[in-house]
Design a protein around this ligand. Structure first.
Ligand code: ADP
Ligand code: 5GP
Length: 193
């Protein structure tokens, strides 16, 4: 393994429902030197989410204050009034531990992080088999209201056309195959000299 992880980052983006969280969890359990980069968000916790584990949950006012203080390396208003952002302090914390931060971010966030980290970043786009299948997965997951699901599906169409801005695309149709494929490309990136 390349010893110097002090600049490298892994970016994973996808339209909501494509299976990004599932694949991210697979990577985090693989034993590779990756640590999940916990973003800040102004949305409310969902289900059994814990502050500091899935997200740092803060108010919209606090989020805007931190933008003014330049605490984010990137941030997006992913959905109306719902801000999400990657804290500079989080990246430093992970690099200081000799690990590679794994960013689970929306498509525009992924493109922006790739611009910032360049060759030090591997940017992966998780592609659903179709928008219809994406809709079905969000319904089955059952974590969002019908209006929120509709909003996520509408946003997906504009995100899919940006997949060519990423280094690699993983099609998540057969989950087992997608898990093997993502593990292979991330291992290659980490072992690169
Ligand atoms: P995202 O983080 O991209 O919004 P999730 O990982 O939460 O997506 O996946 C959305 C839903 O689809 C979850 O219920 C998950 O279990 C399911 N899912 C993930 N991958 C597949 C797959 N290849 N085939 C069928 N269902 C899947
Ligand atoms: P959710 O509300 O489902 O947790 O996340 C909604 C979207 O926001 C997902 O696509 C997720 O990857 C994205 N997201 C989470 N954290 C960040 C971040 O720090 N920056 C950006 N740009 N997007 C984020």
């Amino acid at each position: 393994m390349r010893k110097d992880n002090c600049r490298r980052v892994l970016i994973i983006s996808a339209p909501s429902g494509a299976g990004k969280t599932t694949l991210v969890n697979h990577l985090l359990m693989s034993g590779l030197p990756l640590l999940f980069s916990v973003s800040a968000t102004s949305r409310k916790p969902r289900g059994d989410e814990v502050d500091g584990r899935e997200y740092y949950f803060i108010t919209a006012a606090e989020f805007r204050r931190r933008i003014r203080r330049d605490e984010f390396v990137e941030w997006q208003e992913v959905y109306k009034d719902h801000y999400y952002g990657t804290l500079r302090s989080e990246i430093e914390r992970i690099h200081d531990d000799g690990m590679i931060p794994l960013f689970d971010v929306d498509v525009m966030g992924g493109i922006n992080l790739k611009k910032i980290f360049g060759e030090d970043a591997l940017a992966i786009f998780v592609m659903p088999p179709s928008v219809d299948e994406l809709h079905k997965r969000l319904l089955k997951r059952g974590t969002d209201s019908p209006e929120k699901i509709q909003m996520r599906v509408e946003k997906a169409a504009s995100e899919l056309i940006l997949s060519d801005r990423f280094d690699r695309m993983i099609i998540n149709d057969d989950l087992g195959k997608a898990c093997r494929e993502i593990l292979r490309v991330v291992t290659e990136f980490i072992e690169e000299q």
